[in-house]
Write a protein that binds this ligand. Structure first.
Ligand SMILES: COc1ccc(S(=O)(=O)N2Cc3cc(C#N)ccc3N(Cc3cncn3C)C[C@H]2Cc2ccccc2)cc1
Ligand SMILES: [Zn+2]
Length: 326
């Protein structure tokens, strides 16, 4: 009885997640080919696949997609170098390589990956100072440190890079405010903080983070509406429900923000008729914010969603299968 009344109160007070509408919306994006959004998304279709499929899995609906169709498409995006491109025939980039590995992990198809080939590609992107470039053009960003470490950890090859130098480089990007930027001296930004805290968590180096100082900077991201922004004075945005919240969880300071107000903000960003979630209320929905909204609600233990791992950005049951499968 108490569970039913809790759910009723929850739904009434908070609004509710219109799961079925979001599932339909995600599948429609997968199907659409030539409208504006699909063309924009063309070059990062591998990311779009990861966002859509992980959201479906968190809602317990991954079985609605044709596994073999998706998996053979993912494999067709692999480059001779071992890296994956954003679509068939596109140049490889570390960003799409992680998304490809994550999608294969979702479907428990890790055996299709030539782990040594992927490892060689990523090892080749580590620089002398421990930092990582995104591809052969050499752009350096702490985003790529996280992506390299997360990808290698999933394929059990973390020992193939210089972890000590990678961690030292990330710490060299720590700012006086406790946050992290994309390169040494770069301004603190929630997206970079997630990448640096995530990389430190995956390498067992979170003791190097000033959790109270960083926790304070992060909890200050919550604005009156309950949403989270990415930097002081900015507007709240649903995707920060992931960047800020997963960082707060990894440093054990998530109790410093209001869970109820953030849940309400995310639910208010849904398009309850057509499905999908936008960056803020009444904006256009997209698959990116639909994923980060569902993932944020999962981090907030919203009823009916599978739990997600804050560092791997994969459902907890998928992470358990990767590390404990016999
Ligand atoms: C609609 O204009 C855009 C603008 C940029 C991009 S992007 O560079 O490819 N990219 C991915 C992205 C995908 C979608 C969707 N569908 C929507 C937005 C969005 N942003 C932009 C954004 C989100 N919150 C606020 N902002 C301004 C993040 C960005 C960077 C990013 C890439 C991979 C992983 C994480 C972050 C795509 C579309
Ligand atoms: Zn956003």
């Amino acid at each position: 009885v108490c569970n039913v009344s809790f759910m009723a109160m929850f739904t009434f007070k908070m609004g509710e997640l219109v799961t079925d509408k979001h599932v339909k919306y995600i599948l429609s994006v997968e199907k659409r080919k030539d409208d504006f959004e699909s063309v924009v998304m063309e070059h990062l279709r591998m990311n779009g696949a990861y966002w859509g499929l992980t959201a479906l899995d968190l809602m317990g609906k991954l079985d609605v997609v044709d596994v073999n169709e998706v998996v053979s498409w993912v494999m067709s995006c692999q480059h001779d170098s071992g890296g994956f491109g954003g679509n068939v025939g596109h140049d490889p980039h570390i960003l799409y390589t992680l998304s490809a590995v994550q999608v294969l992990a979702l479907f428990d198809k890790m055996d299709l990956i030539d782990a040594d080939k992927v490892t060689n590609y990523i090892v080749g992107l580590q620089n002398e100072d421990g930092s990582f470039s995104g591809d052969m053009w050499g752009e350096v960003d702490t985003r790529f440190s996280y992506i390299a470490i997360c990808c290698l950890s999933i394929i059990h090859r973390l020992d193939k890079i210089n972890v000590e130098k990678a961690v030292k480089y990330i710490i060299s990007c720590k700012n006086m405010d406790g946050g992290f930027g994309c390169t040494p001296g770069g301004e603190s930004h929630a997206g970079q903080i997630f990448c640096c805290v995530g990389a430190l968590a995956l390498t067992g180096s979170l003791d190097l983070v000033n959790k109270d100082l960083l926790g304070w900077w992060l909890c200050e991201r919550q604005v009156k509406s309950g949403g989270l922004n990415g930097r002081p004075e900015k507007l709240p945005d649903v995707c920060y429900s992931w960047w800020v919240l997963s960082s707060l969880i990894m440093i054990d300071r998530v109790h410093w923000i209001s869970r109820e107000k953030l849940i309400k903000f995310i639910l208010d960003c849904q398009d309850k008729e057509k499905g999908g979630i936008s960056d803020r209320p009444d904006d256009a929905v997209d698959v990116f914010h639909t994923y980060f909204g569902v993932a944020g609600l999962s981090l907030l233990e919203y009823p009916g969603l599978k739990p997600i791992d804050p560092a791997y950005a994969l459902p907890v049951d998928v992470v358990n299968r990767i590390f404990f499968k016999k």
